[in-house]
Ligand binder design. Structure first.
Ligand SMILES: Cc1cc2nc3c(=O)[nH]c(=O)nc-3n(C[C@H](O)[C@H](O)[C@H](O)COP(=O)(O)OP(=O)(O)OC[C@H]3O[C@@H](n4cnc5c(N)ncnc54)[C@H](O)[C@@H]3O)c2cc1C
Length: 350
Protein backbone atom coordinates (compact mmCIF):
# COMPACT_ATOMS: atom_id res chain seq x y z
CA UNK A 1 0.00 0.00 0.00
CA UNK A 2 1.14 3.52 -0.68
CA UNK A 3 0.07 4.70 2.74
CA UNK A 4 -2.49 4.18 5.41
CA UNK A 5 -2.80 0.46 4.80
CA UNK A 6 -3.46 -1.57 7.91
CA UNK A 7 -2.76 -5.23 8.24
CA UNK A 8 -6.48 -6.06 8.17
CA UNK A 9 -8.51 -8.03 5.69
CA UNK A 10 -9.50 -5.02 3.61
CA UNK A 11 -7.08 -3.10 1.38
CA UNK A 12 -9.40 -0.31 0.23
CA UNK A 13 -12.64 1.20 1.55
CA UNK A 14 -14.48 3.14 -1.14
CA UNK A 15 -17.04 5.64 0.16
CA UNK A 16 -19.70 6.51 -2.43
CA UNK A 17 -21.26 4.15 -4.98
CA UNK A 18 -21.69 6.48 -7.94
CA UNK A 19 -19.75 6.07 -11.18
CA UNK A 20 -16.47 7.29 -9.63
CA UNK A 21 -16.64 5.10 -6.52
CA UNK A 22 -17.81 2.02 -8.41
CA UNK A 23 -15.13 2.52 -11.10
CA UNK A 24 -12.42 2.88 -8.45
CA UNK A 25 -13.69 -0.21 -6.64
CA UNK A 26 -13.78 -2.19 -9.87
CA UNK A 27 -10.26 -1.14 -10.88
CA UNK A 28 -8.94 -2.12 -7.43
CA UNK A 29 -10.75 -5.48 -7.47
CA UNK A 30 -9.40 -6.18 -10.97
CA UNK A 31 -5.91 -5.82 -9.52
CA UNK A 32 -6.59 -8.29 -6.76
CA UNK A 33 -7.27 -5.85 -3.91
CA UNK A 34 -9.82 -6.64 -1.20
CA UNK A 35 -12.37 -3.86 -1.38
CA UNK A 36 -15.32 -2.57 0.62
CA UNK A 37 -17.82 -0.18 -0.97
CA UNK A 38 -19.95 1.89 1.39
CA UNK A 39 -22.90 4.10 0.50
CA UNK A 40 -25.64 4.82 3.05
CA UNK A 41 -28.04 5.80 0.25
CA UNK A 42 -27.29 2.88 -2.06
CA UNK A 43 -25.63 2.67 -5.49
CA UNK A 44 -26.62 5.32 -8.04
CA UNK A 45 -28.40 7.41 -5.40
CA UNK A 46 -26.52 10.54 -6.47
CA UNK A 47 -25.91 12.14 -9.84
CA UNK A 48 -24.93 8.79 -11.35
CA UNK A 49 -28.49 7.49 -11.15
CA UNK A 50 -29.55 9.49 -14.19
CA UNK A 51 -30.56 8.82 -17.75
CA UNK A 52 -28.46 10.76 -20.28
CA UNK A 53 -25.11 8.98 -20.69
CA UNK A 54 -23.49 10.93 -23.51
CA UNK A 55 -19.79 10.01 -23.57
CA UNK A 56 -18.64 12.87 -25.75
CA UNK A 57 -15.12 14.17 -26.39
CA UNK A 58 -13.77 17.67 -26.03
CA UNK A 59 -13.21 19.54 -29.29
CA UNK A 60 -10.04 18.17 -30.96
CA UNK A 61 -7.79 21.23 -30.71
CA UNK A 62 -5.69 23.14 -28.15
CA UNK A 63 -4.49 19.79 -26.84
CA UNK A 64 -3.53 19.41 -23.19
CA UNK A 65 -3.11 16.62 -20.65
CA UNK A 66 -6.76 16.89 -19.60
CA UNK A 67 -7.99 16.26 -23.13
CA UNK A 68 -5.47 13.43 -23.50
CA UNK A 69 -6.77 11.89 -20.26
CA UNK A 70 -10.34 12.13 -21.53
CA UNK A 71 -9.38 10.60 -24.89
CA UNK A 72 -7.73 7.67 -23.08
CA UNK A 73 -10.83 7.17 -20.96
CA UNK A 74 -13.20 7.27 -23.93
CA UNK A 75 -11.01 4.78 -25.79
CA UNK A 76 -10.84 2.50 -22.72
CA UNK A 77 -14.61 2.49 -22.34
CA UNK A 78 -15.53 -0.22 -24.82
CA UNK A 79 -13.32 -2.89 -23.23
CA UNK A 80 -14.13 -1.62 -19.74
CA UNK A 81 -17.90 -2.00 -20.15
CA UNK A 82 -17.56 -5.28 -22.05
CA UNK A 83 -15.64 -6.76 -19.13
CA UNK A 84 -18.07 -5.36 -16.56
CA UNK A 85 -21.00 -6.85 -18.50
CA UNK A 86 -19.28 -10.20 -19.01
CA UNK A 87 -18.49 -10.45 -15.28
CA UNK A 88 -21.82 -9.40 -13.81
CA UNK A 89 -24.24 -10.27 -16.60
CA UNK A 90 -25.97 -6.86 -16.52
CA UNK A 91 -25.81 -4.53 -19.52
CA UNK A 92 -24.64 -0.93 -19.27
CA UNK A 93 -26.13 -0.10 -22.66
CA UNK A 94 -22.74 0.96 -24.00
CA UNK A 95 -22.16 1.54 -27.72
CA UNK A 96 -19.72 3.75 -29.57
CA UNK A 97 -22.47 4.95 -31.84
CA UNK A 98 -21.06 8.40 -32.69
CA UNK A 99 -22.65 11.82 -32.73
CA UNK A 100 -24.09 14.35 -35.19
CA UNK A 101 -24.02 18.13 -34.73
CA UNK A 102 -25.61 20.62 -37.14
CA UNK A 103 -23.52 23.42 -38.65
CA UNK A 104 -25.40 26.71 -38.54
CA UNK A 105 -23.41 28.81 -41.02
CA UNK A 106 -20.29 29.01 -43.19
CA UNK A 107 -18.10 30.09 -40.27
CA UNK A 108 -19.12 26.99 -38.34
CA UNK A 109 -18.42 24.84 -41.40
CA UNK A 110 -14.92 26.33 -41.79
CA UNK A 111 -14.16 25.74 -38.10
CA UNK A 112 -15.43 22.18 -38.28
CA UNK A 113 -13.35 21.46 -41.41
CA UNK A 114 -10.24 22.69 -39.60
CA UNK A 115 -10.97 20.23 -36.84
CA UNK A 116 -11.11 17.31 -39.30
CA UNK A 117 -7.35 17.57 -39.59
CA UNK A 118 -6.62 18.16 -35.90
CA UNK A 119 -8.85 15.22 -34.97
CA UNK A 120 -6.97 12.95 -37.37
CA UNK A 121 -3.74 13.89 -35.64
CA UNK A 122 -4.82 14.21 -31.99
CA UNK A 123 -7.13 11.19 -31.96
CA UNK A 124 -4.32 9.13 -33.48
CA UNK A 125 -6.49 7.57 -36.13
CA UNK A 126 -8.63 5.91 -33.44
CA UNK A 127 -11.70 7.97 -34.32
CA UNK A 128 -12.71 10.59 -36.85
CA UNK A 129 -14.40 13.99 -36.88
CA UNK A 130 -15.81 14.84 -40.29
CA UNK A 131 -18.09 17.28 -42.02
CA UNK A 132 -20.75 15.26 -43.83
CA UNK A 133 -23.85 16.06 -45.87
CA UNK A 134 -27.19 15.55 -44.16
CA UNK A 135 -28.99 12.54 -45.62
CA UNK A 136 -32.50 13.36 -44.48
CA UNK A 137 -32.58 10.37 -42.12
CA UNK A 138 -35.29 10.55 -39.46
CA UNK A 139 -32.93 10.90 -36.51
CA UNK A 140 -30.74 13.62 -37.99
CA UNK A 141 -30.73 17.18 -36.67
CA UNK A 142 -32.02 19.85 -39.02
CA UNK A 143 -29.02 21.83 -40.32
CA UNK A 144 -29.26 25.26 -42.02
CA UNK A 145 -26.14 24.54 -44.13
CA UNK A 146 -27.20 20.99 -44.97
CA UNK A 147 -23.97 19.88 -43.33
CA UNK A 148 -23.28 18.07 -40.07
CA UNK A 149 -20.30 17.12 -37.95
CA UNK A 150 -20.11 13.36 -37.56
CA UNK A 151 -17.65 12.10 -34.97
CA UNK A 152 -17.02 8.41 -34.29
CA UNK A 153 -15.49 8.83 -30.83
CA UNK A 154 -18.70 9.71 -29.00
CA UNK A 155 -20.43 6.81 -27.29
CA UNK A 156 -23.48 6.36 -25.13
CA UNK A 157 -24.39 4.24 -22.16
CA UNK A 158 -27.28 4.22 -19.77
CA UNK A 159 -26.12 5.77 -16.47
CA UNK A 160 -28.54 3.95 -14.18
CA UNK A 161 -27.92 0.64 -15.91
CA UNK A 162 -24.18 1.26 -15.91
CA UNK A 163 -24.22 1.61 -12.11
CA UNK A 164 -26.26 -1.59 -11.86
CA UNK A 165 -23.80 -3.33 -14.21
CA UNK A 166 -20.84 -2.35 -12.01
CA UNK A 167 -22.69 -3.38 -8.85
CA UNK A 168 -23.39 -6.81 -10.44
CA UNK A 169 -19.77 -7.20 -11.59
CA UNK A 170 -18.50 -6.32 -8.12
CA UNK A 171 -20.98 -8.74 -6.54
CA UNK A 172 -19.71 -11.48 -8.86
CA UNK A 173 -16.28 -10.82 -7.32
CA UNK A 174 -17.70 -10.99 -3.81
CA UNK A 175 -18.00 -7.23 -3.19
CA UNK A 176 -21.39 -5.98 -2.01
CA UNK A 177 -22.25 -2.30 -1.55
CA UNK A 178 -22.80 -1.80 2.17
CA UNK A 179 -24.76 0.91 3.98
CA UNK A 180 -22.16 1.17 6.70
CA UNK A 181 -18.67 -0.10 7.43
CA UNK A 182 -15.59 1.22 9.24
CA UNK A 183 -12.59 2.68 7.43
CA UNK A 184 -10.16 -0.12 6.67
CA UNK A 185 -7.08 0.12 4.53
CA UNK A 186 -6.84 3.10 2.22
CA UNK A 187 -10.05 5.15 2.01
CA UNK A 188 -11.25 6.61 -1.30
CA UNK A 189 -13.87 9.32 -0.94
CA UNK A 190 -16.08 9.35 -4.04
CA UNK A 191 -19.01 11.05 -2.39
CA UNK A 192 -19.96 13.50 -5.15
CA UNK A 193 -21.72 16.75 -4.25
CA UNK A 194 -21.92 15.86 -0.53
CA UNK A 195 -18.18 15.27 -0.54
CA UNK A 196 -17.48 18.68 -2.06
CA UNK A 197 -19.46 20.29 0.74
CA UNK A 198 -17.60 18.34 3.38
CA UNK A 199 -14.23 19.23 1.85
CA UNK A 200 -15.21 22.90 1.58
CA UNK A 201 -16.01 22.92 5.31
CA UNK A 202 -12.73 21.23 6.16
CA UNK A 203 -10.64 23.46 3.89
CA UNK A 204 -12.60 26.55 4.91
CA UNK A 205 -12.82 27.59 1.28
CA UNK A 206 -14.97 26.59 -1.63
CA UNK A 207 -13.54 23.36 -3.02
CA UNK A 208 -16.52 22.87 -5.31
CA UNK A 209 -20.27 23.29 -5.65
CA UNK A 210 -23.21 21.20 -6.80
CA UNK A 211 -24.68 22.12 -10.19
CA UNK A 212 -28.20 20.82 -10.62
CA UNK A 213 -29.17 19.17 -13.87
CA UNK A 214 -32.54 18.00 -15.16
CA UNK A 215 -33.06 15.44 -17.91
CA UNK A 216 -35.87 13.37 -19.37
CA UNK A 217 -36.44 10.02 -21.00
CA UNK A 218 -38.74 9.64 -24.02
CA UNK A 219 -40.20 6.42 -25.34
CA UNK A 220 -38.83 6.18 -28.88
CA UNK A 221 -36.95 3.34 -30.53
CA UNK A 222 -34.42 5.10 -32.74
CA UNK A 223 -32.35 2.00 -33.45
CA UNK A 224 -28.54 2.08 -33.57
CA UNK A 225 -28.11 5.67 -34.73
CA UNK A 226 -25.67 8.41 -33.65
CA UNK A 227 -26.74 10.70 -30.84
CA UNK A 228 -27.37 14.36 -31.58
CA UNK A 229 -25.99 17.50 -29.97
CA UNK A 230 -27.95 20.52 -31.19
CA UNK A 231 -29.25 23.73 -29.68
CA UNK A 232 -27.23 23.02 -26.54
CA UNK A 233 -29.14 19.79 -25.92
CA UNK A 234 -27.97 16.16 -25.92
CA UNK A 235 -30.38 13.73 -27.57
CA UNK A 236 -29.19 10.21 -26.82
CA UNK A 237 -30.85 7.09 -28.25
CA UNK A 238 -30.44 4.19 -25.84
CA UNK A 239 -30.46 0.48 -26.60
CA UNK A 240 -33.71 -0.10 -24.70
CA UNK A 241 -36.14 1.81 -26.94
CA UNK A 242 -35.79 5.10 -25.12
CA UNK A 243 -34.20 8.44 -26.01
CA UNK A 244 -32.67 10.63 -23.30
CA UNK A 245 -32.69 14.42 -23.57
CA UNK A 246 -30.73 16.77 -21.35
CA UNK A 247 -29.80 18.81 -19.57
CA UNK A 248 -30.28 21.97 -17.59
CA UNK A 249 -27.31 23.46 -15.76
CA UNK A 250 -28.37 25.31 -12.61
CA UNK A 251 -26.15 27.05 -10.09
CA UNK A 252 -29.17 28.38 -8.16
CA UNK A 253 -31.90 25.91 -7.31
CA UNK A 254 -34.27 24.75 -4.62
CA UNK A 255 -34.63 21.03 -4.15
CA UNK A 256 -34.27 18.22 -6.63
CA UNK A 257 -37.61 18.47 -8.43
CA UNK A 258 -38.09 18.96 -12.15
CA UNK A 259 -39.81 22.03 -13.59
CA UNK A 260 -40.46 24.10 -16.70
CA UNK A 261 -36.73 24.41 -17.37
CA UNK A 262 -36.87 20.73 -18.25
CA UNK A 263 -39.89 21.34 -20.48
CA UNK A 264 -37.71 23.82 -22.41
CA UNK A 265 -34.98 21.19 -22.84
CA UNK A 266 -37.53 18.66 -24.12
CA UNK A 267 -38.89 21.25 -26.55
CA UNK A 268 -35.35 22.09 -27.77
CA UNK A 269 -34.76 18.38 -28.39
CA UNK A 270 -37.99 18.17 -30.40
CA UNK A 271 -36.96 21.19 -32.46
CA UNK A 272 -33.56 19.60 -33.11
CA UNK A 273 -34.96 16.15 -33.91
CA UNK A 274 -38.59 16.64 -35.03
CA UNK A 275 -39.30 12.91 -35.18
CA UNK A 276 -39.44 13.09 -31.34
CA UNK A 277 -42.56 15.32 -31.49
CA UNK A 278 -44.96 12.53 -30.70
CA UNK A 279 -42.73 10.61 -28.28
CA UNK A 280 -44.12 10.20 -24.76
CA UNK A 281 -42.06 11.48 -21.81
CA UNK A 282 -41.68 8.49 -19.49
CA UNK A 283 -39.24 9.84 -16.89
CA UNK A 284 -38.18 13.23 -15.56
CA UNK A 285 -35.07 13.26 -13.39
CA UNK A 286 -32.77 15.70 -11.64
CA UNK A 287 -29.37 15.29 -9.99
CA UNK A 288 -26.49 17.31 -8.55
CA UNK A 289 -23.32 17.28 -10.63
CA UNK A 290 -20.22 17.54 -8.48
CA UNK A 291 -18.31 20.52 -9.90
CA UNK A 292 -14.87 21.19 -8.44
CA UNK A 293 -13.61 24.77 -8.34
CA UNK A 294 -11.23 23.86 -11.17
CA UNK A 295 -14.21 22.50 -13.17
CA UNK A 296 -11.98 19.46 -13.78
CA UNK A 297 -11.98 16.06 -12.12
CA UNK A 298 -10.53 16.23 -8.63
CA UNK A 299 -8.28 13.26 -7.88
CA UNK A 300 -5.55 12.26 -5.48
CA UNK A 301 -4.68 12.41 -1.81
CA UNK A 302 -6.85 14.18 0.75
CA UNK A 303 -4.42 16.70 2.26
CA UNK A 304 -4.05 16.27 6.00
CA UNK A 305 -5.87 12.94 6.11
CA UNK A 306 -3.25 10.24 5.91
CA UNK A 307 -4.32 7.25 3.85
CA UNK A 308 -7.40 9.04 2.53
CA UNK A 309 -7.94 9.81 -1.15
CA UNK A 310 -10.44 11.75 -3.27
CA UNK A 311 -12.15 10.88 -6.55
CA UNK A 312 -14.62 13.67 -7.26
CA UNK A 313 -15.36 16.52 -9.67
CA UNK A 314 -16.95 14.44 -12.45
CA UNK A 315 -19.15 17.47 -13.25
CA UNK A 316 -20.63 17.01 -16.76
CA UNK A 317 -18.40 14.18 -17.95
CA UNK A 318 -18.17 11.77 -15.03
CA UNK A 319 -19.36 8.75 -17.01
CA UNK A 320 -16.87 9.35 -19.80
CA UNK A 321 -14.05 9.67 -17.26
CA UNK A 322 -14.96 6.63 -15.12
CA UNK A 323 -12.66 4.01 -16.67
CA UNK A 324 -9.51 6.14 -16.50
CA UNK A 325 -10.35 7.64 -13.10
CA UNK A 326 -10.62 4.09 -11.71
CA UNK A 327 -7.28 3.16 -13.27
CA UNK A 328 -5.27 6.15 -12.00
CA UNK A 329 -6.81 5.91 -8.53
CA UNK A 330 -5.91 2.19 -8.33
CA UNK A 331 -2.37 3.09 -9.50
CA UNK A 332 -2.07 5.68 -6.77
CA UNK A 333 -3.71 3.82 -3.90
CA UNK A 334 -2.40 0.31 -4.54
CA UNK A 335 0.98 1.02 -6.12
CA UNK A 336 1.88 4.56 -5.13
CA UNK A 337 2.17 5.47 -8.83
CA UNK A 338 0.86 8.96 -9.56
CA UNK A 339 -0.44 9.40 -13.12
CA UNK A 340 -2.88 12.21 -12.31
CA UNK A 341 -2.68 15.22 -14.65
CA UNK A 342 -1.54 18.42 -12.97
CA UNK A 343 -4.88 20.17 -13.46
CA UNK A 344 -6.79 17.33 -11.76
CA UNK A 345 -4.91 17.37 -8.43
CA UNK A 346 -7.23 17.41 -5.44
CA UNK A 347 -4.60 19.01 -3.17
CA UNK A 348 -4.54 22.18 -5.27
CA UNK A 349 -8.16 22.91 -4.30
CA UNK A 350 -7.62 22.88 -0.53
C1 LIG B 1 -28.85 15.89 -15.64
C2 LIG B 1 -27.44 15.33 -15.71
C3 LIG B 1 -26.96 14.86 -16.91
C4 LIG B 1 -25.67 14.35 -17.01
N1 LIG B 1 -25.26 13.87 -18.22
C5 LIG B 1 -24.03 13.31 -18.31
C6 LIG B 1 -23.61 12.74 -19.54
O1 LIG B 1 -24.34 12.74 -20.52
N2 LIG B 1 -22.37 12.19 -19.61
C7 LIG B 1 -21.52 12.18 -18.52
O2 LIG B 1 -20.40 11.66 -18.63
N3 LIG B 1 -21.90 12.70 -17.34
C8 LIG B 1 -23.13 13.27 -17.23
N4 LIG B 1 -23.53 13.84 -16.04
C9 LIG B 1 -22.55 13.95 -14.97
C10 LIG B 1 -22.40 12.65 -14.19
O3 LIG B 1 -23.68 12.18 -13.86
C11 LIG B 1 -21.56 12.94 -12.95
O4 LIG B 1 -20.31 13.48 -13.33
C12 LIG B 1 -21.30 11.66 -12.16
O5 LIG B 1 -22.51 11.02 -11.87
C13 LIG B 1 -20.55 11.93 -10.88
O6 LIG B 1 -20.33 10.69 -10.25
P1 LIG B 1 -19.84 10.56 -8.76
O7 LIG B 1 -19.68 9.11 -8.51
O8 LIG B 1 -18.67 11.44 -8.53
O9 LIG B 1 -21.00 11.21 -7.87
P2 LIG B 1 -22.44 10.63 -7.43
O10 LIG B 1 -23.05 9.80 -8.48
O11 LIG B 1 -23.23 11.77 -6.92
O12 LIG B 1 -22.09 9.63 -6.28
C14 LIG B 1 -21.80 10.01 -4.97
C15 LIG B 1 -22.30 8.93 -4.06
O13 LIG B 1 -21.83 9.19 -2.73
C16 LIG B 1 -22.85 8.81 -1.83
N5 LIG B 1 -22.55 9.45 -0.56
C17 LIG B 1 -22.84 10.71 -0.15
N6 LIG B 1 -22.35 10.91 1.07
C18 LIG B 1 -21.73 9.76 1.47
C19 LIG B 1 -20.99 9.35 2.63
N7 LIG B 1 -20.79 10.16 3.66
N8 LIG B 1 -20.48 8.10 2.65
C20 LIG B 1 -20.65 7.25 1.62
N9 LIG B 1 -21.33 7.59 0.50
C21 LIG B 1 -21.86 8.83 0.42
C22 LIG B 1 -24.13 9.20 -2.51
O14 LIG B 1 -25.21 8.44 -2.00
C23 LIG B 1 -23.83 8.87 -3.97
O15 LIG B 1 -24.28 7.59 -4.33
C24 LIG B 1 -24.82 14.34 -15.89
C25 LIG B 1 -25.30 14.79 -14.67
C26 LIG B 1 -26.61 15.28 -14.56
C27 LIG B 1 -27.11 15.74 -13.23
Amino acid sequence: MASGGMAGSVDVTVRGAGIFGLSCAWACVQRGARVHVVDPFGPGAGSSGGVVGALAPHVPENWNDKKAFQLDSLLMAEAFWAEVEATGGVTAGYARSGRLQPLADEAAVALARGREATAAELWQGQASWQVVAATGAAFEPASPTGLLIHDTLTARMHPRRACAALVAALAARGVEVMAEAPDEGAVIWATGAAGLEEMSREADRQVGVPIKGQAALLRFDAGAVPQVFAGGVHVVPHADGTVAVGSTSEREFEGLGTDDQLDAVIEAARVAVPVLRGAEVIDRWAGLRPRARSRAPMLGVWPGRKGHYIANGGFKIGFGMGPKVGAVMADLVLEGTDAIPEGFRAEALF
